[in-house]
Design a protein around this ligand. Structure first.
Ligand code: COA
Length: 398
């Protein structure tokens, strides 16, 4: 079946939610949909419809996000979301048809990058997406997690009620985003949804508790079934705020373990703060956010580089034809990147760039996987230049 593609209208919400429900196994109540309305921009949702009946059989949407690159530049980037196809219509090319149209629209709009978080790891590489951040689930047995004597105790943390936290968190989050590659913005509507703390999504836990420091914000809920505290958000704009928030979380007297799934990056300093770094147990590691470069020269010129680099890249893009050969000249102060006919130094598929652009993974590692090709010394120079101050983190699922 060749689906008919059309933009959604406000009236489609219930029907597209039904496709989503079948895909993800979650029915949405009228109240859920009412709550979602502030986030629903129908124009940003593309529907695949049965050409005979008109029934909606597929959906893909996007949120208007912004993302931070190494060096601090912020680019607008659609966060692709609500992707699903009716289970009775699987593997007939409906996702591919929707993605082709949706991403052609992104290119037409002059967007440089698109982003998504994936339900399964095998779907999006073929569309030129590369893994940008990791979700690291962790568990800390609190009673044995003792801070080293030489780690500061900055203090300054207090509890806020939801209303005060709603005011405090966005400002801290903006500052956290500014210093974190891969960090995505939250709109007011997203913050409102976050703070609604709907009972249905609590997984049997308590309502959220909100911790605030002048330069930091954390939220957690307590699960009495196993005496755990599950960290939902953890954003700190200074190192002191980060240490202070963790000191409170690991000091919750009646809690046996502190858990979370996205707030402790792979290069996170938390294990170093503890007398026994092994207390921060990684229980699961997954791809977090993926990004797709839509405009190679604009993306590469938007970030800074840790070391001087002058390299010709040959980028392959079988999905959107946005590849080509580009000369990148960059350093700590900025970069230029232009199409060129010069011989390429390094060659790879565009998905690799979704990782390298954010300092996620090294060119030499992609070469070891057979996914990047170039002289070892050029790849090593790329490693030195593309590395970021800290590992990328997206901070918000979407
Ligand atoms: C994932 C999903 C949207 C795919 O839709 P679909 O219409 O069956 O996909 P298509 O037929 O257009 O497939 C496009 C390509 O992706 C591949 N693909 C699709 N789903 C895949 C999966 N789950 N795992 C691996 N590959 C997959 C297809 O084999 C096809 O490959 P090719 O074109 O390179 O040969 C659909 O299975 C679904 O709704 N799943 C449940 C909800 C979900 O996980 N949504 C994604 C949220 S991030």
């Amino acid at each position: 079946m060749t689906p008919l593609l059309r933009r959604a209208t406000a009236d489609d919400l219930r029907a597209l939610a039904e496709v989503d429900a079948r895909g993800f196994g979650n029915h949405q109540s009228d109240a859920d949909l009412e709550n979602f309305k502030p986030l629903f921009e129908p124009d940003r949702f593309l529907l695949a419809c049965d050409p005979d009946s008109g029934a909606i059989v597929g959906v893909t949407g996007s949120y208007p996000l912004e993302v931070t690159l190494p060096g601090g530049a912020v680019l607008p980037a659609p966060g692709v979301t609500w992707v699903s196809v009716d289970p009775t219509m699987r593997r007939r090319g409906i996702l591919r048809a929707m993605f082709t149209e949706q991403h052609a629209g992104f290119v037409e709009d002059g967007l440089v990058l698109s982003l998504l978080t994936a339900s399964e790891g095998a779907i999006y590489g073929r569309f030129g997406y590369g893994v940008t951040t990791l979700n690291r689930s962790f568990e800390i047995l609190r009673r044995r997690a003792v801070f080293r004597a030489d780690v500061p105790d900055p203090g300054g943390v207090r509890y806020l009620d939801a209303e005060a936290a709603r005011k405090h968190a966005p400002e801290v989050h903006r500052r956290w985003c500014a210093r974190t590659p891969g960090a995505v913005t939250r709109s007011d509507a997203m913050w409102d949804m976050w703070f609604r703390d709907d009972e249905r999504w609590r997984g049997g836990g308590s309502g959220l508790f909100y911790l605030a420091h002048r330069d930091g914000f954390a939220s957690y809920r307590v699960h009495h079934s196993d005496d755990s505290a599950a960290v939902q958000d953890m954003f700190a704009a200074t190192d002191d705020a980060y240490i202070a928030l963790w000191r409170v979380l690991l000091g919750l007297d009646l809690v046996e373990k502190v858990t979370g799934y996205k707030s402790v990056a792979m290069d996170d300093p938390l294990p170093l703060m503890l007398a026994d770094p092994r207390r921060v147990q990684t229980t699961h590691l997954d791809d977090g956010m993926w990004s797709r470069v839509l405009d190679v020269p604009a993306a590469l010129a938007a970030r800074t580089y840790a070391a001087e680099i002058d390299v010709v890249l040959d980028v392959h893009d079988g999905f959107l034809g946005r590849g080509g050969r580009f000369r990148l000249r960059g350093g700590p102060e900025g970069a230029t990147c232009d199409p060129t006919d010069a011989t390429a130094d390094v060659e790879f598929a565009i998905g690799v760039l979704g990782s390298l652009l954010f300092g996620a993974g090294r060119a030499t590692t992609f070469a070891r996987a057979g996914l990047a090709h170039g002289l070892p010394e050029v790849l090593r120079r790329m490693d030195a230049a593309f590395t970021a101050d800290r590992d990328p983190q997206h901070g918000t699922g979407f």
